[in-house]
Design a protein around this ligand. Structure first.
Ligand code: ADP
Ligand code: MG
Length: 342
């Protein structure tokens, strides 16, 4: 069976880097591993060999068991429509100007499309481990609520929003008396609008069964995956991490660990020196205070949310090659991420 690890957290905290680090390490420990990455920095993409490749997994050169693919962060409603509607219907849907107008109201589609993509690879069975980096829009809880939201949306909310009532049949649309608002719109905008609205809703409705079935599958995968939250000791990502614990839906696992990335070395705590005339010593004193603050914050967090904590050091240079990615894990403190697959 394929194990899945989901790496979530606020923007810019190191999700993509940590996902790659876990995948490199797992591959080097003998697991056939796929990392699904989102928006990697250019040098990191280069190291994974996905600079010019797309959404299909490809082997990473010089790392026999490692595969990588890009999760398309822009893939959204169009991809969903194409996956769940007949080709002709999908064409008609995405070319309907109402499609863009209506779907633009619902950003949940990006999380959903990413979750659907990740599920496809977990179900594939080719890998021992799939590590999923989550898109920025889904850094928090959205990744877990997306499947239910989508089903709800296509099955009801979107259609109610558009029609103001239950999903109507075609006859309803042509019973103009039933929709005075549309009758007026038609008079003002021309009769074509009316037909396009009807067609749009009919076409959209055909995607429902596919989306409902695939949402169930996604929820199954999400409910057995190990979840990691990445944060730094800064207020904004911390708020995101806390929100995750507060709003965690029942179908998601309690996070396996919270990773405090870019942590200052614990050895700096108490490394203050009395000689404040020395510029270097003064800096060390400042960083020693900051390191102590970070340590306090982590232990408060761990007590409050009864969770494991992993610390990853703040490296002097951005870890973008395979060896320095692996080093992130081998020098990590607290809960060992190698426990994830042991
Ligand atoms: N432990 C670390 N030490 C030093 N730089 C890091 C560390 N983790 C991440 N970075 C750098 O921080 C930046 C943001 O990391 P990234 O993984 O792209 O974040 P996210 O995917 O959460 O947006 C990148 O330039 C990355 O190289
Ligand atoms: Mg990223």
């Amino acid at each position: 069976m394929t194990a899945a690890i989901l790496v979530t957290g606020g923007g810019g905290v190191g999700k993509t880097t940590v996902s790659a680090a876990i995948a490199v390490t797992a591959a080097r420990r003998g697991l056939e591993t796929l990392v699904l990455t989102v928006d990697p920095a250019r040098r990191l993409a280069g190291a994974l060999g996905i600079a010019e490749l797309g959404a299909e997994p490809s082997k990473v050169a010089e790392e026999p068991l490692l595969w990588a693919a890009m999760l398309d962060a822009t893939s959204s409603w169009e991809a969903i429509a194409r996956r769940h509607a007949d080709p002709a219907v999908a064409d008609r849907l995405v070319n309907n100007d109402l499609f863009a107008a209506a779907t633009g109201q619902f950003p949940a589609s990006q999380s959903y499309a990413a979750a659907e993509e990740a599920t496809r690879f977990v179900k594939d069975g080719r890998w021992d481990l799939v590590v999923v980096d989550t898109p920025p829009s889904a850094g928090g809880i959205e990744f877990f609520t997306a499947p239910a939201n989508m089903t709800d949306l296509i099955g009801g909310r979107l259609l109610r929003w558009l029609t103001g009532g239950k999903m109507p049949g075609r006859r309803f649309f042509f019973d103009r008396a039933a929709r005075p608002a549309i009758r007026i719109a038609d008079a003002v905008l021309g009769a074509g609008l009316f037909e396009r609205v009807a067609q749009f809703l009919m076409d959209l409705r055909t995607t429902y069964d596919g989306i409902a079935a695939s949402s169930k599958e996604i929820e199954g995968v999400l409910s057995t995956a190990q979840t990691l939250i990445v944060t730094t000791a800064d207020p904004t990502p911390m708020r995101e991490a806390i929100r995750f614990f507060r709003d965690l839906p029942a179908n998601a696992q309690h996070p396996t660990s919270v990773i405090f990335n870019r942590s200052l070395p614990v050895a700096w705590v108490g490394a203050r020196t009395a000689d404040q005339d020395d510029e270097l010593a003064a800096n060390l004193a400042r960083w020693s205070l900051e390191s102590a603050r970070q340590q306090r914050l982590r232990s408060q967090f761990s007590d409050r949310y009864s969770t494991e904590i992993t610390t990853i050091d703040w490296k002097p240079t951005a870890p973008t090659d395979l060896d320095s990615l692996e080093a992130l894990l081998t020098t990590a403190g607290g809960y060992s991420l190698e426990n994830l697959w042991d």
